[in-house]
Design a protein around this ligand. Structure first.
Ligand code: F6P
Length: 322
């Protein structure tokens, strides 16, 4: 393969730049010309791309976000949008594409593969909800950002004997909340996979205080519960509960950090491996990490599906909050 392109799509994740750098430099090493597409599939439909050399991706490995830009494109979900993208790839004589992104992005990659265009995906999303990779680019950094916030909130929570609710991202997946809750020593973790209600959460915190705990931290996944409703319940029952609840929503703060060592290495390995597979003629697969080894999984098996939460981690969270 003599000409390949790379794009980043969907929510940015810390480590995407390391993956872009790995794709460009591995492609050059293998004798290919490499093009960078700006703003994901939206840019692909507008032929917004330029050739990249080794120096163009210098000094980006330590940067969060994506130097190529990203987007969520509704138009690309239509056959007409994808036809436009394909026509642009052909016009630029691009022979293969590396798609760095999460669920929606890999579904888009699968669509291009089905249209006969060679595509290889790189598993990248802070949500860690992608099948085909035990861990995805950006998760570790996002978790560390959440942990820093939880650690700080614990200090002020204990000083005032207040409960704190920390809302973390993750779309419909509870992974970020579950793992940051375990590693942050939360008293309660609320995830979409386990239905609960405000009075059950309040009871968990009341029991924790009764056992002599100094702080009550609830980590809530954004897809699990409406934060305002939870805060409202605690406000209405403040007197009977005997403690107040304050809420902090971390939101995009979790996505914007500089990648740590784990994400830089993961992204470098996945990006290089995806490029190698693409240049060797593989198409329609996602490159991820399974049992600590580089692995490819057909897009057909992962597109449109999400990874289930680890039940052992859920049990661990329950035991360790005692
Ligand atoms: O998929 C990554 C993610 O950060 C989710 O956790 C979150 O629900 C979503 O993206 C937010 O999307 P946007 O940045 O488009 O608001």
């Amino acid at each position: 393969m003599k000409r390949i392109a790379v794009l980043t799509s969907g929510g940015d994740a810390p480590g995407m730049n390391a993956a872009i750098r790995a794709v460009v430099r591995t492609g050059l090493f293998l004798g290919a010309e490499v093009f960078g597409v700006r703003r994901g599939y939206a840019g692909l439909m507008e032929a917004d791309m330029q050739q990249l050399g080794a120096r163009d991706v210098g000094g980006i490995i330590q940067q969060g976000g994506t130097v190529l830009g990203s987007a969520r494109s509704e138009e690309f979900k239509t056959p007409a949008g994808r036809a436009k993208a394909l026509a642009n790839l052909r016009e630029f004589r691009i022979e293969g594409l590396v798609v760095i992104g999460g669920n929606g992005s890999q579904t888009g990659a699968y669509e291009l593969h089905k249209m006969g265009f060679p595509v290889v995906g790189v598993a990248s999303t802070i949500d860690n909800d992608l099948l085909g990779s035990d861990i995805t680019i950006g998760v570790d950094t996002a978790l560390n950002i959440a942990l820093e916030a939880i650690d700080r909130l614990k200090v002020t929570a204990a000083s005032h004997r207040r409960a704190f609710m920390v809302q973390v991202m993750g779309r419909n997946c509870g992974y970020l909340a579950l793992v940051s809750g375990i590693a942050g020593g939360a008293e309660a973790i609320v995830i979409p996979e386990v239905p609960t209600n405000p009075s059950a959460i309040a009871k968990t915190l009341r029991d924790a205080y009764a056992r002599g705990k100094a702080n009550g931290i609830i980590v809530v996944a954004e897809g699990a519960y409406d934060a305002d409703e939870l805060v409202g319940y605690f406000k209405d029952h403040k007197e009977s509960l005997g403690f107040e609840l304050r809420a902090t929503t971390l939101g995009h703060v979790q996505r914007g950090g500089a990648p740590g060592a784990f994400d830089r290495l993961l992204a470098s390995r996945l990006g290089a491996s995806a490029t190698q597979h693409l240049c060797e003629g593989t198409s329609g697969v996602l490159v991820g990490m399974i049992k600590n080894q580089l692995a490819t999984t057909p897009h057909e098996e992962i597109a449109g599906k999400t990874k289930l939460i680890d039940k052992d981690l859920m049990r661990l969270a329950d035991v360790l909050a005692r």
